[in-house]
Design a protein around this ligand. Structure first.
Ligand code: 13P
Length: 260
């Protein structure tokens, strides 16, 4: 069985002090749900403070990006090598990075490989924009993104990769994809592409999340879908009770509530 994942992407929210105190406040309400992989992704600046707050809790700490070169003349960037030993995960290929920072499929691939080589679990985000969605191009776009992101990633590393289907039109818009839309994109496109690349057995083991306006009141419908292994959450991860509710729902729906 695939272990469900709930990852909170805090984006450019919360100061260092706010991030650390939020993490401390969050812990008691999610501590019991050990059957769910719980991850928070604060701003780079707050990673060490949040690491300290999370120490010994079993909650994962993710960066929001990771440069592929270990070091160099890349003003503003932070490398996977620098994150090694601080973070356990890093988001790569978020649509906001693709839109605002010129992230390309090729760079996403370099970053995924750099993350893996630095013992970071990449959470690789893929997803079509509104125009592509309305033109019926979802599978073509997402399939291409998955193939590009995983080029030269070996079978042995796939157990460490998490994918997230985040349709751009659903991010921060309140317009979440229906559970059926998310299920089809995840099962018939992302997982089907993994099966082509790595075989059916590996494809069945990889966790694939949905992201885009996930809230406590729509979470159950996603978790009821066998293909959807959890959520990558923006807005609702900034609120302790909402994030805790998402973790509780994942535990209930995916692990028969065996640890609440
Ligand atoms: P929202 O949950 O705010 O739509 O953000 C989703 C997201 O981008 C997570 O990475």
């Amino acid at each position: 069985m695939r272990v469900p994942v709930i990852a909170g992407n805090w984006k450019m929210h919360k100061s260092v002090a706010e991030s650390a105190s939020f993490a401390r406040e969050l812990l008691p309400s999610i501590a019991a749900y050990e059957s769910v992989e719980r991850i928070v992704a604060p701003t780079f600046l707050a990673l060490t403070a949040v690491a300290e707050a999370l120490r010994g809790s079993g909650v994962g700490l993710s960066a929001q990006d990771a440069h592929f070169e270990p070091q160099g003349a890349f003003t503003s960037q932070i490398s996977a090598a620098m994150l090694k030993g601080i973070a356990s995960h890093t988001i790569i290929g978020h649509s906001e990075c693709r839109a605002w920072l010129g992230e390309t499929d090729e760079r996403v691939n370099l970053k995924v490989r750099a993350a893996l080589s630095c013992d970071l679990t990449p959470i690789v985000a893929v997803g079509e924009n509104l125009q592509q969605y309305e033109a019926g191009q979802t599978f073509a776009v997402v399939g291409r993104q998955v193939r590009a992101a995983l080029q030269d990633v070996g079978t042995a590393d796939m157990s460490r990769v998490i994918l997230a289907y985040e349709p751009v039109w659903a991010i921060g818009t309140g317009r979440n994809a229906s559970a059926e839309t998310a299920r089809d994109a995840i099962g018939d496109c992302v997982r089907a592409t993994l099966a082509e690349l790595y075989g059916a057995s590996i494809a069945r083991q990889v966790r694939i999340l949905y992201g885009g306006s996930v809230k406590p009141d729509n979470m159950s419908q996603y978790m009821a879908e066998q293909e959807i292994d959890g959520a990558l959450v923006g807005g609702a991860s900034l609120n302790v009770s909402d994030f805790a509710a998402l973790v509780a729902i994942a535990a209930r729906e995916k692990t028969a509530g065996n640890n609440s």
